[in-house]
Design a protein around this ligand. Sequence first.
Ligand code: BES
Ligand code: ZN
Ligand code: ZN
Length: 484
Amino acid sequence: MDIRLDATPIEQYPADVLVTLAFENQQGPHPLNAAAGGWFDDLRESREFTGKLFEVAILHRPSGLKAKRLAVVGAGPVEKFNATELRKVVGSAVRALKAKSLTNITLSLENATSEQITAAVEGAILADYEPDRLKTDAKKGEKRLAAFCILGPATLQPALDHGRTLGEAQNFTRDLVNEPANLMTPLKLASEAQLMAATFGLDCEILDRERMTQLGMGSLLGVSQGSAEPPAMIILRYTPAAASTADHLALIGKGVTFDTGGVSIKPSDGMEKMKYDMAGGAAVIGAMRAIAQFKPQVTITALIPAVENMVSSRAQRPGDIVTSLSGKTIEVLNTDAEGRLILVDAITYALRLGCTHMVDAATLTGAIGVALGHIHVGAFTNNEPFLGKVMSAAKSEGERMWHMPLDDDYKDYLKSAFADLPNIGGRYGGAVTAAMFLKQFTEDKPWVHLDIAGTAWLDEAKPFLSKGPSGVAVRTFVNLATNW
Ligand code: BES
Ligand code: ZN
Ligand code: ZN
C-alpha cells in the first residue's frame, strides 16, 4: 500500500476522496464548510449527520475543492477526542469507504501532532485488514486500500513511518492467528518466525522435541505428546548495538496452534475458534518484527512455546504427573489447562537465559472473558511497579488492560496430594488461579501476565476492525520495549 504525506494545501489537492473529521458538539462552522458550499451546515440541520462516532457522509464534486469527493467522519464529542479515538475514527472511515470501492483515500487533519499521524496511519492499516486470505474471489483486492495520503508537512514523516511499522506488525500477527490450524502448525509458526527474523535481522533458534527432552521440559512435552505435529520452542533474540541498561526483557507468548482440550475435550460448539490459541505467541512474534526495526536500547528475548493439544492414544491423561524444567512436579488434573503447562517451561528457560523481567501474553482462560468481557485484557503481576510500566505502555497505545488480583491466598486453591501442584484450581477465580500457577515459576523476578483470551478474537466486526484476530498486545509490547 502506498502511504505518504503531501504538503499541498487542502483546497488544491486532487484527492479521489478527501476525508475530514467533525465532532459531535463542534462549535462554529466546519473549516471546510465554505469550500463545500455550506454542506456541513446542511448536514447538521437535516440531522443526517451529527458527528457521532463513526458516522460517515459523502459529498461529490465539492465546489471549492479540487477533490472529487469530500467525506466527513464522525469523531464523537470533542472533549473525549485523543489519539486512541482518532485511530478508530480513521479506521471506521477507511472501512466505510473501501466497502464502496473507494480505495484511494486522503486524510486532512488540521495541525496534526506526531502522535496523531502515527495513530491515523495505524488506524488505516488495521482497518484495511481482512481475514480472507483463503477466499478465492478474484475481486477481493478491489476492496483493499490502494493509497493512503495524509495532508501535512514532510517533518511528520518519522511519525508516519512509525505508525506504518506498528500497523504492519500487528497485521502480521493477525495473519498468523487467522491461519487455520491445519496450515499453522507449531513447525509452520517456527518457520514464519525464522523468515521474519532473517528479513529483519533478528537471531532465531528453534528447540526441537529432542532438545527439549534433553533439557527436561516435561511439562511442555506432556501437552504435545498427543499430537502428530512436533512441538517447537521458538526463540527470537534482539541485541541492541549499545544497551543502555543491564536489564534483559523476556516476551513470552502461548503458542497452542490448536486446542481441542485433549482428553478433557472441549465441547464441539465453537471449537473451530481454538486456532486462535496461539494469539499470544503471534503477538510476541509481531512485536519482535517492529522491535527489530525500532532498535530500542534493551536486550530482548522472545520465547514462544508452540504445541498442538490433541486427543489420541498417546495423549496425556488426567492424573498424569509431569516434571517441569524447573524440577517442580505437576499433576495434570485437566488436559485443557494446557497453556500454563507450556508457559512454565518457557518461563523457567527465560530465567536460565538470564532474563531479568518477563511479560507473557496468553489466551489462557475462558474465565477472563467471564470476568472482563471482550473489552479489557486481564493483567496480573508479582511486581506492581513493573505492572505500572506495562499498563502505561498499554494506555498510550490504546490497549485496555485491567489490573487483576494475585494475592498469596489464591495459592490455597492450588493443592495436590500427589505432586507439587495441580494444573487447575477449583470452580472459582479461574483466571486468577491460572495466573497463580504461572507465578509459582517466576522465582520472584518481575513478571506480568496478560490474559488475552477475551480480547484476541472479535466475533463480530467493529466499524474500524474486521471480524477475527485483533492483534492485541503487539503495540503494548513494542511501546514497552521502545520506552524501556
Ligand atoms: N485456550 C483455552 C482458553 C480459552 C477459552 C481461550 C476461550 C479462548 C477462548 C485454555 O487452554 C483452556 O481451555 N482453559 C480452560 C481452563 C480450565 C480447564 C481450568 C478454560 O478456560 O476453560
Ligand atoms: Zn485448553
Ligand atoms: Zn488453550
